[in-house]
Design a protein around this ligand. Structure first.
Ligand SMILES: [Zn+2]
Length: 243
């Protein structure tokens, strides 16, 4: 039992050190993640706009040549109208001319709408492009900052991580689970010393009877108020010397 408590408290010490390192990085990891996401979505938007503009240019060329063809057809029908012998044939050609004319009007309208969209896309790009550049610059700066902080504490972090792995391998799985559960619920502190007869986590008074029990180091005793695991000074000292 003594060993079990010692290992759990040692794990707490290591995790608290890792928490402190994480604290030093502050919001930087989140800022970098958010900025990466912003840049990614802005680049996707830019791609969409570029494609719309390109499509509009291709479509313009295609429509222009289709309209030229239709106009040629109309001319041909008109000259044929002079050669026909019956009213019926004349009317048939007139219908063809109307039909082609309608087609031209429809194509021109579609083209105008696409060109309108393309013009809006160009305006949007004018705003978007400098925005992307600004976000990319900020992202690069923040990444550099984060890399510097990471590098500064790299060795420490590795050391703690290594200690943590070793401890975890020596603690039973149910104990690790219990520890993680309390740690998650109680601001990172699952195992705390009893200081001046009070819980080191919530500072609630621990009864003398429980303090006596605790000093025997032969039972897992939790704080009646916050549920954290309580350990004696003896355990605290021996855990420190383990690390
Ligand atoms: Zn407590």
């Amino acid at each position: 039992m003594e060993n079990r408590l010692r290992l759990l408290y040692a794990l707490q010490l290591v995790d608290s050190s890792l928490d402190e390192l994480l604290e030093m990085k502050g919001d930087l990891p989140q800022i970098v993640a958010d900025l990466s996401e912003t840049v990614k979505s802005k680049l996707a938007r830019k791609k969409e706009l570029d494609e719309l503009i390109k499509k509009s240019i291709v479509s313009r060329d295609e429509t222009d040549s289709t309209i030229v063809e239709l106009k040629e057809k109309i001319e041909k029908y008109k000259s044929q109208q002079f050669q026909v012998k019956t009213n019926k044939q004349y009317d048939a050609l007139a219908r063809e001319i109307d039909f082609s004319q309608e087609k031209i009007t429809k194509l021109q309208r579609e083209m105008e709408s696409l060109e309108g969209k393309s013009a809006t896309a160009k305006t949007d790009l004018e705003t978007l492009t400098p925005e992307i550049e600004a976000s990319q610059t900020e992202l690069a700066d923040r990444k550099k900052e984060l890399a510097a902080v990471n590098k500064e504490h790299e060795d420490e972090e590795l050391k703690y991580q290594h200690q943590r792995d070793k401890l975890i391998s020596r603690i039973s799985k149910p104990d690790v689970q219990m520890y993680e559960r309390i740690r998650k619920a109680k601001e990172g502190k699952a195992v705390v010393p009893v200081q001046r007869n009070s819980c080191g986590g919530c500072f609630n008074r621990v009864t003398p009877q429980r303090v006596l029990e605790l000093r025997k180091n032969n039972a897992l005793i939790t704080c009646e108020r916050c549920g954290r695991i309580l350990v004696s000074d003896e355990i605290v000292e021996s855990a420190k010397s383990t690390l």
